[in-house]
Design a protein around this ligand. Structure first.
Ligand SMILES: CC(C)(COP(=O)(O)OP(=O)(O)OC[C@H]1O[C@@H](n2cnc3c(N)ncnc32)[C@H](O)[C@@H]1OP(=O)(O)O)[C@@H](O)C(=O)NCCC(=O)NCCS
Length: 150
């Protein structure tokens, strides 16, 4: 999972994180998830192909308890084979089961596979944050999308 995340960070089209993560970061991230804020992992006998997760969203505010931030990452050689679709379907079923009423996602306008996946699942484009992040000294816009589950 760490390798997959770091490949996404290095690609510069999948994550606003500027620096690679280390194993301790991944352990901390996994510890911040549980049955409600679930992580679903796609694997085959050779190993992990990718993962998707429901992440806390303003978790310190009880009023946002029904909203989860969604993220999804596949290994480069696992992309474009329907695995993201399967992960997203599984994650959404878990989100409904766990009582979330809304899913939110942020993605780069340049990330076409991500946007196609979100469109396929009926996410609505809320808008674009202009100059939201700085990567390699360059401003990057970030799109916000949402899907109401109930
Ligand atoms: C975004 C990502 C999870 C999509 O998963 P995936 O398994 O590659 O996507 P799927 O094969 O399930 O395809 C989903 C849709 O996107 C389209 N798609 C997939 N890859 C595409 C590509 N390279 N170019 C254009 N469209 C693409 C498919 O056609 C499909 O739509 P359709 O079913 O209507 O034809 C995956 O590409 C990925 O991990 N990318 C790198 C990490 C990343 O960008 N994460 C998102 C951070 S916000």
């Amino acid at each position: 999972m760490l390798d997959i995340l770091n490949a996404a960070i290095a690609s510069r089209i999948a994550n606003t994180e500027a620096n690679p993560k280390v194993l301790a970061d991944m352990h901390r991230w996994l510890d911040s998830h549980d049955e409600r804020y679930a992580v679903v992992v796609a694997c085959n006998p050779a190993g992990i192909l990718g993962y998707a997760s429901l992440n806390p969203y303003y978790a310190e505010r009880a009023s946002y308890r029904g909203v989860a931030d969604v993220s999804y990452y596949l290994a480069p050689n696992a992309q474009g084979r329907g695995i993201g679709t399967r992960l997203m379907a599984e994650l959404e079923a878990i989100a409904r089961n766990n009582g979330f009423h809304k899913l939110v996602v942020r993605t780069f306008p340049t990330n076409i596979p991500s946007q196609k996946l979100l469109k396929k699942f009926g996410y609505r484009i809320v808008g674009t944050y202009e100059r939201e992040a700085i990567l390699d000294g360059t401003f990057r816009d970030v799109m916000a999308l949402e899907k109401l589950l109930s």
